[in-house]
Design a protein around this ligand. Structure first.
Ligand code: ZN
Length: 103
């Protein structure tokens, strides 16, 4: 899972135009506008891939510390069904919902 994410991240970073990309195009052209939103999209995907990788790395640390499968908030067991769906889940369903509401 981590390797997959690493691969996606490096591909996305490669797709991202460098500072010089787009030079030669007038700034106010329609092309510049669509290139910008494309960059924004790539940036958003890159951001979520990076944060997912962080989750996976944290899960790997928990496996090493033998706390994997335990909620980081309430120390309760995370149901196996949840770990099947989200192997990198750090919280039980209840704590995750509480956290999501707080945001
Ligand atoms: Zn919990």
């Amino acid at each position: 899972m981590r390797d997959d994410l690493d691969r996606s991240i490096s591909i996305l970073q490669g797709e991202r135009p460098g500072p010089l990309a787009g030079s030669g195009y007038p700034q106010d052209s329609a092309d510049a506008g669509s290139a910008l939103s494309e960059t924004d999209r790539t940036e958003a995907i890159l951001h979520s891939a990076r944060s997912q990788r962080d989750e996976v790395l944290a899960a790997l640390v928990r496996i090493e510390e033998n706390t994997y499968g335990r909620c980081v908030d309430c120390s309760g067991d995370i149901p196996e069904g949840r770990l099947d769906a989200r192997p990198d889940a750090a919280r039980c369903v209840g704590c995750q919902a509480k956290r999501a509401r707080r945001r």
